[in-house]
Design a protein. Structure first.
Length: 391
């Protein structure tokens, strides 16, 4: 870290603050990185963030924004399941954070990621008043959703979540809808999944690769195998989306790859080399890196810092935070030698973990990413050549 600073490198301020306002969930999803994978620290944390912690977090965000003259930051209410924190706590958290930031001259955009089970009209009216944008997790049609996203008794959640989504998507609250998050299971038909998601008219869709790494590989992804099951699943969706004559929702993975191929910066950690500018506050006030690192090993996301004692500027100088801001310098020789390094960026940081190199290795999804990116590049290149030929 000292060497980086001596060379003239400076960390970039955090722009996104993920608040884990509730550490439990009312679903028992089989692939959940928080409850089902390596890091089990949730067991020792309070169920709900206290008002003391949220008040101090608000002050920390405000001082960070003021120090870096940030005109706007984003706060994401997360969990567990954030709706379990209750309307009164959510209202208090949003108001105190916005009030503190306003004193620093900073606007706060607030979003929430929920499983949708408790998303009733009362919550939607509250979110309308508080201007909270809402993302919902949905894996597709009934069979796809209920394969993994189930209650503890094994009952599927599709019917309940679908009812909530209809309230959000097709009534007076559609403007609150930020999009759908879908974790890929390659056993589900890709186009049927896409159609099930677009049936709710989402403005955006996030297709997530199941979290895993070289030590704990994701389903159907054999380490060192040249097979590309996830690219094979995503490519038909891309072709449908890219070739559609009508307006389609933004698919963030595809949109980011297209931006990078056109020479733009990435807005996501999933691909590209843009610095990561997000930080997590747990229910007990502990400050952590991306919570997705919980899929790697116990304590992988920890910084040993706390909102009651540490400013976010101190967290910026944590070596692990720096590693997620220095781009190509944090990548393996394999990645440096790849012709797609500026687009792939080594893949999601958590997916690189192995016992030899830590997070310096390439993504466990390396073959899938390479195939998907080259497919998208070929499609775009043909269209550009065709357009040039018409001149």
């Amino acid at each position: 870290m000292d060497g980086l600073l001596a060379s003239g490198w400076q960390p970039l301020a955090f722009q996104q603050f993920i608040l884990k306002i509730h550490s439990r969930c009312d679903l028992a999803c089989t692939y959940c990185y928080m409850y089902e994978m390596a890091d089990q620290s949730w067991r020792a944390r309070p169920r709900r963030m206290s008002e003391v912690v949220v008040n101090r977090t608000a002050q920390r965000i405000a001082e960070h924004a003021a120090a870096h003259e940030l005109a706007e930051v984003e706060v994401v209410l997360h969990g567990g399941e954030p709706l379990l924190a209750g309307p009164d706590f959510i209202s208090h958290a949003v108001r105190v954070i916005r009030a503190a930031a306003a004193d620093a001259g900073t606007r706060v955009r607030v979003g929430m990621q929920t499983n949708g089970l408790r998303l009733d009209d009362d919550f939607l009216r509250l979110f309308d008043r508080l201007e909270i944008r809402v993302g919902v997790s949905l894996d597709g049609d009934e069979q796809a959703q209920d394969r993994h996203r189930r209650f503890r008794d094994g009952k599927g959640s599709h019917a309940t979540v679908s009812a909530s989504l209809r309230r959000l998507a097709f009534g007076p609250f559609h403007h609150l809808f930020s999009g759908l998050l879908c974790t890929i299971d390659i056993r589900n038909d890709p186009l049927a999944t896409y159609e099930a998601l677009t049936a709710f008219d989402p403005p955006a869709i996030d297709f997530l690769l199941p979290h895993g790494n070289w030590v704990t590989p994701p389903p159907f992804r054999e380490p060192d195998s040249p097979a590309t099951p996830y690219a094979d699943w995503l490519i038909p969706v891309f072709d449908r989306w890219y070739g559609s004559p009508s307006q389609e929702p933004e698919i963030r993975l595809f949109a980011e790859i297209l931006r990078l191929l056109m020479g733009g910066p990435s807005r996501s950690e999933v691909v590209g080399l843009s610095p990561a500018r997000m930080v997590v506050v747990e229910t007990d006030g502990g400050i952590e890196q991306s919570d997705i690192l919980k899929s790697s090993y116990h304590g992988a996301g920890a910084t040993r810092m706390h909102v009651l004692s540490d400013p976010f500027d101190a967290v910026l100088r944590h070596p692990a935070i720096a590693a997620r801001q220095i781009g190509e310098l944090a990548l393996a020789p394999t990645c440096h030698a790849c012709d797609l390094v500026s687009v792939c960026g080594g893949g999601l940081y958590a997916h690189r973990y192995n016992l030899t190199d830590g997070f310096m290795g390439p993504s466990v999804y390396c073959p899938d990413l390479y195939r998907l990116i080259t497919h998208i590049h070929a499609k775009v290149a043909r269209d550009v050549a065709r357009l040039k030929g018409r001149r």
